[in-house]
Design a protein around this ligand. Sequence first.
Ligand code: HEM
Length: 408
Amino acid sequence: MDAADALALLMSPHGRVDPYPTYERLREHGPIVQAAPGLYVVTGYPEVDELLRDSRLGVLDDTLRDQVWPNWRESPAISSIARSMLRTNPPDHSRMRRLASGAFSPRRIAGMRDVVRAQAEELLDSMVHRAEDGEPVDVLADFAYPLPVGVICALLGVPPADRPLFRRWAGDLTGVLEPEITAEELAAADAGAAELRDYFVELVVAGRRAPADDLTTALVQVHDADGERLTGAELLANLVVLLVAGFETTTNLLGNGLVVLLRHPEAAAALRADPGLAPAYVEELLRFDSPVQLTTRTSTAPVRCGGFDLPAGSTALLLLGAANRDPRRFPDPQRFDPTRDQAHPLSFGAGPHYCLGAGLARLEAQLAFPMLLRRLPELALAGAPRHRHRLTLRGYESLPVTLGTPAV
Ligand code: HEM
């Protein structure tokens, strides 16, 4: 199979369900392969890492975006993400990132530990209560979705009653992170983005009127040493991206990770017995079935990487999920092995756009997995989980499980 065919397979609904065999097909052509004129697919760990850190590559700027999506300014979904730090290059990116990192401080994240634990406990209680008749429950709908939404909303200062609105808005909006999107999906993403923006406008107004100790207020008030602030449009775009980037990704880490654990009962038993193993488990789960499978970069100058020349103006499809299974970096990469010597999976990216919420996502997963396994020692899959058929944000649509007898 040549690289173009492998890429087409990867993009197909069938190929998205299990992209890992296709990654190996692509890898047979080398760590970097040209799949079409100007399009390079990168599966190697050192190559993805190097390209993410290389300042000659950037995310799509407005000029390139005009070529790819001529009407993007009319799309609330694309334009809101375009104005955020996720999709801007220096100097705007560096300024926004500096300002947001100030508000997203390690102290604020560490302060979320009790919130995460309390919300996970509450969700487990209500799941156990609902499953008293022994019928299967959807652990995605009842736990893996509401936990990250609840945590990010608590961080942003969104009142609990409004949280259910966010799953659909954000779920629809994340469609624009995929390499391809249908007109119908784009319409849903635009509707979600417009609702979210309206919601955040109200939240910002409320934060200005009555400042609270939350991230929204911190972002409204933040300024750097030169007195620079986020513009109104940037503030809204970054609030939207914090929600979008912080919620479905973490849901997928919890969902994908739980499926792996339930399919490896000895490993699950070891984690149940010793929650101190959670950090190593979470790193291996992030590597083994990465919640974010890819990102893209465009070169502004010729770049030589891994013995390969990428001309200026090339697009590089950086397959994080493939890099995380590069046998040059991870021996026996197709095996889930939480005892492996951790070698930093690229699941949170690398370089200037390295995930701002990595600490929070790790905190949630490190607390949630042991809590689930200890409270529900007989937890088991009830039938095949249903995939969401997305490539960038890899995860399940539903995850039916039986809870068994809960521990007291
Ligand atoms: C960026 C993954 C959770 C906020 C990124 C990137 C990746 C990623 C791969 C880099 C994208 C690129 O280079 O193009 C993940 C995964 C998560 C997760 C796998 C969960 C398991 C979170 C959370 C938050 C968050 C919880 C916030 C609450 C962000 C932001 C960026 C980002 C703001 C953009 C940073 C920048 O452009 O400078 N994330 N993320 N993420 N993530 Fe996460």
